[in-house]
Design a protein around this ligand. Sequence first.
Ligand SMILES: O=C(O)CCC(=O)C(=O)O
Ligand SMILES: [Fe+2]
Length: 262
Amino acid sequence: MEDLETQQYLLDLQGYLVVENALSADEVATLNALFNQQQLPPPGKAQRFGSAPDGPGFLQWGKPFCDLLDHPKIMPILRARLGDCFRLDRLYGMYMKAGMKRGRLHADYGAMSPIANSVQGEYFHFPKHEITDGFMVVAWSLTDAGPDHGGFCCIPGSHKSHYRLPQKIFDAPEESPYVIIPHAPAGSAILFTEALTHGTSAWTAAHQRRSLLYKYCVSQTAWRPKRVQPPTHTALTPRQQILFRGPAEPHRHFPSLFEGFE
Ligand SMILES: O=C(O)CCC(=O)C(=O)O
Ligand SMILES: [Fe+2]
């Protein structure tokens, strides 16, 4: 594993970072066994499962899913990006079977934001009142994903772009050498900023895609007015409980996730 300074540098540079072996094979097996117990419909039309804030989502499936909320291999990297005070904004899983098609490239913030009104080919000035940063996703691979299989895809560095994605790349991302599918074997965590142009590539592997997405934001922001509900069968640690708080000013009205927890 890279040291924190390198992780921080790479995440800032690329807009995403893969932490391989963040989970042991045993931990992955436990999560997969709990997943299997849910008896979800086979992946098809729906690609998502266990979404919240419609309740606690897949956090209700057991402690191993809650343990990922503040995983020690991930927290220092999130801190480097979001500071000491951040919240769990939402979560969901993605599952796919062979033959399932790609999604559209998108970004929630910056020039590619759906509300930016940016024009292709024209320099876009990030307006002062709009968020361009501060939302991070940690996507845990429960099965192997990568260039040979499919899964998460992105354009490295695109979170910094002042230009809207050219239509040619939007129309055929699978033909563009600038759209990559990071190698993310089972047990990896892919961290990415929601300002990165990213999406879902077609799934071609015989095995199922399984990915758990935990979405965090700086404490003073929120995506939806609804809050993720804590699970009812697992006792959360005091640190995990902080992640379920409503939006508030960091430090003044929202406690640090690090002071006293390290
Ligand atoms: O992992 C993926 O397939 C992409 C998911 C996505 O677009 C997102 O979380 O915003
Ligand atoms: Fe997305």
